[in-house]
Ligand binder design. Structure first.
Ligand code: SAJ
Length: 439
């Protein structure tokens, strides 16, 4: 190693160990903000950078817009100078570490949309300097860090692994999880070179409880995709079980509950109205996109994607069939949707199957209303609706459909006052009535 390289690595190591390194986070969403707060709480001076003025203004006013980050924590860190936010990317020039926590959506063609990562990387390249640690956290296909980021950052005076250090570390934030938050979720990190991995691991060790170094950025990128593909495929399996049990007249919920008594070698997943969220329906297609480039089809992913994507249509059939039993055509019937968030007890409607179900019902001429304690209105995916009063809508509707099983719904009164209920989440497990139709 040349003296300058040693100087860069040693100097950075010293700053990381002493927590005097100036840390930067690009993207202050449900991943970036909790991470910024953890590094600030650990003693680093942290600069959060986001393109949205509103996020920056909220944070500088000591106001958190992320459910898991208390405003009091933000206010205290901003007041004691440990945390600041800005839209000005030139701040990177004064930083020693940068974590990139920007969205990686899929295009309609199911191809990865790398535009956010590329834009962040262009800004880093403008201000990067020797002795900098850059870590990509956004979920992406294996090879992104080495094939896309490295060429954008590397220069003769900024050789990766010598003057600049580049890693990938998958984000594992589970919004609303009462037990696992950023600080106590094991953190996997892999670098372009062993020195990159070592410095990346050292950095996380200053703020997080458990760090898991791996041998490359590709391994770290693929870890995340395996984690979420595992979920997506198992949800697809259990959704297919629901379709099969429905055809055989078997209660799939009872089957799963009984199977879950097996103390080893089984992990319960549950059927539902479809797959929502910004991770599970999307991450596996980053893997299948990349494997296709490598000449191998990810058939499990494609099949699970098809089955999960079919579930809103299956729910529609259940609703149509249930109304039919009451000699009511779907057309002109009032169908009330209970819960539109993509999973219980959160307010996020991204990719929510409720949106698909609403559109399918409207296409067939049903009059659709919804209520969700966390969602006052829908302005997404071509659905423009204000929430209805739940008690009134439930009693007036020809059919009530439980799409998201929020804990705070009063299921007892729903069973009492509804004429007909399609339960897609087994939320009415303990109720027995002919008016309940289960998935
Ligand atoms: N779902 C089912 N059946 C199941 C589980 C989930 O239909 O048995 C549906 C949910 O209703 C939702 C979708 O799948 O629409 C995704 O649900 P999820 O429980 O996987 O929740 P997410 O999307 O918030 O996933 C996140 C992920 N976290 C990260 O990527 C860091 C995932 O890795 C976590 O395992 C998951 O939270 C979690 O366990 O809560």
């Amino acid at each position: 190693m040349l003296v300058t390289e040693l100087k860069c690595s040693a100097a950075l190591e010293e700053k990381l160990a002493a927590r005097t390194a100036k840390a930067g986070i690009i993207g202050l969403g449900y991943v970036g903000l909790p991470l910024a707060v953890e590094f600030a709480r650990a003693g680093f001076t942290v600069t959060g950078i986001d393109v949205q003025e509103s996020k920056v203004a909220h944070l500088m006013a000591g106001d958190s817009y992320i459910q898991d980050v208390p405003s009091g924590q933000v206010r205290q860190l901003v007041e004691n100078g440990k945390l600041r936010a800005t839209t000005d990317f030139s701040a990177i020039a004064g930083l020693d570490t940068i974590n990139i926590c920007v969205p990686t959506p899929l295009r309609k063609t199911k191809d990865p949309d790398m535009s956010y990562i590329v834009s962040a990387c262009n800004e880093i390249a403008r201000y990067a300097h020797p002795g900098m640690l850059v870590i990509l956290e956004s979920t992406t296909y294996p090879g992104t860090t080495s094939e896309l980021l490295m060429p954008m950052l590397q220069r003769p005076d900024l050789r990766v692994g010598e003057e600049i250090f580049l890693c990938f570390s998958p984000e594992r934030v589970d919004p609303g999880n009462p037990k696992f938050q950023t600080v106590n979720i094991p953190k996997v990190v892999g670098g372009i070179t062993p020195e990159c991995t070592r410095l990346g691991a050292l950095f996380y060790k200053q703020a997080l409880e458990t760090v898991v170094p791996v041998s490359s950025t590709e391994v770290a990128e693929t870890v995340k995709l395996l984690e979420n593909t595992f979920r997506m495929i198992n949800i697809g399996l259990v959704n297919e079980m629901a379709l099969m049990c429905d055809r055989m007249g078997i209660n799939v919920w009872e089957v799963i509950d009984a199977a879950a008594t097996k103390p080893f070698g089984f992990m319960p997943f549950y059927p539902g109205p479809g797959l929502g969220g910004h991770c599970i329906p999307i991450d596996p297609f980053y893997l299948s996109w990349k494997t296709r480039q490598a000449g191998i089809e990810a058939r499990f992913i494609e099949l699970a994607g098809y089955i999960n994507g079919h579930m809103p249509h299956f729910v529609l059939d259940k609703i149509q069939g249930a109304l039919n039993e009451h000699t009511k055509p779907l057309k002109g019937s009032h169908v009330h949707i209970m819960g539109v968030a993509y999973k219980r007890d959160i307010d996020d409607v991204r990719e929510s199957p409720a949106l698909d179900i609403i559109l399918l019902l409207q296409k067939r001429g049903a009059r659709v209303t919804f209520s969700d304690p966390f969602v006052p209105a829908l302005r997404d995916h071509g659905v423009e609706m204000e929430a209805s009063d739940p008690a009134r809508a439930v009693s007036e509707a020809d059919c009530v459909v439980i799409v998201t099983d929020h804990a705070q719904f009063d299921y007892g009164s729903v069973v009492e006052s509804a004429r007909l209920i399609v339960d897609t989440r087994n939320a009415l497990k303990k109720y027995h009535s002919d008016k309940i139709v289960r998935l």
